[in-house]
Design a protein around this ligand. Structure first.
Ligand code: ADP
Ligand code: MG
Length: 485
């Protein structure tokens, strides 16, 4: 229900946005564009006054690179006329900054209705003024902190366990957090649910805030971004919305896949993105898929999102799961045996979030009952969780999906054939059976044409170790899991 309402809101908001745009489009062209000396003088004064504001809201780079090269040539009651030295400059400013400029200008001259840009190659620009940013203490206090979501101080780099599956993402995140220099923009982290994307974003924010407290970091989910945008549209105040985003140093948007199919949000996101990149601000994004695989997101945006560094987080390995549990156990109030930790790592394989959930349930139960956490205790407490996993998915379904995915025949999958084209999918199917069902190794072996349990164990190990380096295999695995979910 809530979601449906949200969608309705959104359609309404999109309609409002159209209205806002057409408001500008429908404005009559300024009828008289004759520039008298006096008009030029008035225009010039207004323009000089607005430039420092533009520095404040659009950033120094935008002003130095673009706006500074415009020359005011006239001012009628309702139109400011600006000459640009080239068509490129005219288009660029018109498309990107005209709306913002107009609103800034209206703050000084409320009856101003439009901005007219024209090309005049003869316009002399020797007097283009040097414009500098206002001193820090003059900057307005922005409602910045209310916009983003809070940062969880307990998620940092120190308590993030690293192995092959997440090393690239981890290193990239640390690099971005360690310096103000923008090396890759954006940093795009992707991977399945519960694999540590949000943890890394929070770790970056915590590190930056500790190292450089003056830097403005905003963290929010793509859903919150959309919500803020809708609100801005409803309040007819998209300018404030833009101002806020364009004055950050680091913008992090989590779960970008959410904007799939939401075109107005994508449009706004695209502009925010460009504005920030232009100003050399760092953008960090996360999603459940790589930019290219984000269905329902426009190509213009996905190619932009793939421009920087794209780092993926693969499915967890047994070692990573065990490592995370060991780290947790060290800090836990209850004692865990290695045996129990190993058992958990073997049976809760979907992701770190589920693993932590299971771990926390054990701690809670142990504290409540005062019982020690033995293997039997763990099996009993988590029986439901494990049964649920296995009830959902059967080996049969896994085999059908794998056959379909790789274009094989079922008889191939169950046959003794060892050709790579058959053997690898078969191993993956066994791996999935181990991960997604609670069947034992011998049970799985039987379901695959009566194979030995050591064959199954070997298959699971092989896939586990290939996964970190074989992107195609990891993709197949992720696709199959989605199909089975
Ligand atoms: P995602 O955003 O990818 O869905 P999260 O970042 O929310 O996943 O991670 C889920 C939980 O697992 C969080 O509590 C997080 O702290 C923990 N977690 C994930 N990966 C790791 C890791 N490599 N080391 C330690 N904790 C992790
Ligand atoms: Mg997350």
């Amino acid at each position: 229900m809530a979601l449906a309402a949200f969608e309705n809101d959104f359609t309404e908001a999109a309609a409002m946005q159209m209205e806002l745009f057409s408001e500008f489009a429908a404005l009559p062209q300024a009828e008289v564009l004759i520039s008298t000396a006096a008009a030029a003088q008035r225009g010039s004064e207004l323009w000089q006054a607005v430039l420092p504001e533009a520095v404040r809201w659009l950033g120094e780079a935008v002003v130095q690179n673009w706006l500074r090269h415009l020359t005011p040539t006239g001012l009628s009651d309702d139109t400011l006329i600006l000459a640009a030295p080239s068509k490129l400059m005219q288009d660029w400013v018109q498309n990107r900054y005209a709306d913002d400029l107009l609103r800034l200008l209206r703050r000084m001259q409320p009856n101003l209705k439009s901005l007219h840009l024209h090309v005049d190659a003869n316009v002399e620009m020797p007097a283009a003024p040097e414009v500098s940013a206002p001193a820090a203490e003059e900057l307005p206090v922005l409602p910045m902190l209310n916009l983003g979501a809070p940062i969880d101080a307990t998620r940092n780099f120190d308590n993030f366990v690293v192995d092959k599956s997440n090393q690239l993402a981890f290193e990239a995140a640390r690099r971005v957090a360690a310096s103000d220099k923008v090396e890759f923009n954006p940093l795009f982290l992707h991977g399945g649910v519960g694999l540590g994307k949000t943890h890394l974003l929070h770790a970056i924010a915590n590190e930056i805030t500790a190292r450089a407290p003056q830097r403005r970091v905003i963290y929010l989910s793509a859903e919150q971004f959309m919500y803020q945008f809708i609100r801005a549209l409803r309040d007819k105040d998209t300018f404030a919305f833009k101002e806020i985003f364009r004055t950050v140093d680091v913008l992090m948007i989590d779960d970008v896949q959410f904007i799939a199919g939401k075109e107005s949000t994508q449009e706004e996101f695209f502009h925010t993105f460009n504005a920030l990149v232009d100003q050399g601000k760092q953008i960090i994004l996360s999603a459940d898929k790589s930019p290219g695989d984000l269905a329902g997101v426009g190509a213009r945006l996905t190619s932009r999102m793939g421009m920087g560094l794209v780092a993926d987080i693969h499915a967890t390995s047994y070692e990573l799961r065990l490592g995370v549990l060991h780290a947790r156990a060290e800090r836990a109030a209850v004692k865990f045996s290695t045996e129990v930790l190993a058992w958990l790592s073997t049976h809760i394989t979907s992701n770190i979030r589920e693993l932590e959930g299971a771990f926390n349930r054990l701690v809670a139960h142990a504290q409540l009952t005062g019982a020690a956490i033995t293997l039997e205790f763990a099996q009993r407490v988590l029986a439901d969780q494990l049964r649920q996993q296995s009830r959902r998915i059967s080996i049969d379904e896994i085999q059908k999906q794998v056959v379909q995915h790789f274009g094989l025949r079922m008889t191939d999958l169950l046959s003794p054939r060892r050709a790579r084209a058959v053997a690898r999918p078969r191993q993956l199917a066994m791996y999935l059976a181990k991960q997604l069902t609670t069947c034992s190794l011998p049970e799985i072996g039987r379901a695959f044409g009566g194979r030995d349990h050591t064959t199954v164990a070997h298959a699971v190990q092989t896939i586990d170790s290939l996964m970190a380096n074989d992107a195609a295999l990891a993709d197949s695995c992720a696709a199959l899991k989605r199909a089975l979910a």
